[in-house]
Design a protein around this ligand. Structure first.
Ligand code: IPE
Ligand code: IPE
Ligand code: MG
Length: 240
């Protein structure tokens, strides 16, 4: 199947895993795996631009990742800051808007400043949306939404009976973002690791054994080809 007649998902979300294993296989420190992983981000942003994927969401740092050794967390935050410095011009060139989901206020102040700057600079861009999930965890996101709704109810601004899926989704970090059509996970693990539990309800799941630093255009194209062959039923019945 050529790239031309692929059915392109509107929103692809990626669980970028395996940086540590990639480094270990090469006798390198984990930090080198993370550094190489930043290069894969650049490639996949290019691929989305090439194939016309409008929304790309990248799981870059989970709520649970704060438990990692302090030095590793510092490396990841430093690389994130570096990425924002190096890549903001690419985002502008491709007219892509940057967004963040997660507990942004837990990130180091310098990282928050950079993020705000790039988000401001790219806020009018309309060619695509790159969403970084940072200090993101789905369960925390759901609890936060429940609290926001409860606060509205107790303030008398909302009736319990008026809470429906649409109102609930509007309280999530992803409000305004369409649900992912395709969730990709690298490095072989077949789990969501607390990523987009609500939003990925009907996403197609695609796993590759390739570690994130090895992930490139060809893997992405493989995933798109596979997605094109899937039949999404959303609980209905297949066409006769
Ligand atoms: C993904 O790679 C990056 C983050 C989770 C931040 P890992 O660091 O999880 O790599 P492995 O799973 O240990 O190989
Ligand atoms: C998921 O990877 C989180 C990110 C990719 C940011 P992890 O490496 O943290 O997930 P587990 O521990 O294998 O479930
Ligand atoms: Mg991992």
């Amino acid at each position: 199947m050529s790239a031309e007649n692929l059915r392109i998902p509107r929103h692809v979300a990626i669980i970028m895993d395996g940086n540590g294993r990639w480094a270990r296989e090469r006798g390198l420190p984990r930090s080198e795996g993370h550094r190489a992983g930043a290069e894969s981000v650049r490639r996949v942003v290019e691929a989305c631009n090439e194939f016309g994927v409008h929304y790309l969401t990248l799981y870059a740092f989970s709520t649970e990742n704060w438990q990692r050794p302090k030095s590793e967390v510092q490396t990841l935050m430093r690389l994130l800051r570096q990425f924002l410095e190096d890549r903001s011009s690419d985002l502008q060139r491709h007219c892509i808007r940057l967004d963040v989901i997660g507990e942004m206020n837990r990130l180091p102040a310098a990282v928050q400043r950079r993020l705000r700057k790039v988000m401001d600079e790219t806020s009018a861009n309309t060619n695509g949306v790159l969403t970084l999930a940072l200090s993101y965890g789905s369960r925390a996101e759901l609890v936060r939404a429940a609290r926001a709704l409860a606060a509205k109810v107790s303030a008398g601004d909302l009736k319990v009976g008026d809470i429906d899926e649409r109102r609930f989704a509007a309280e999530l970090y992803t409000a305004g973002l369409p649900d992912p059509d395709l969730v990709i996970r690298t490095a072989g693990e077949q789990r969501l690791s607390n990523f987009l539990l609500w939003q990925a309800s009907y996403a197609e799941f695609w796993v590759t054994s390739a570690c994130w630093p090895d992930f490139g255009r060809e893997h992405f194209l493989d995933a798109l080809r596979d997605f094109s062959r899937r039949q999404r039923r959303f609980g209905g019945v297949a066409d006769a």
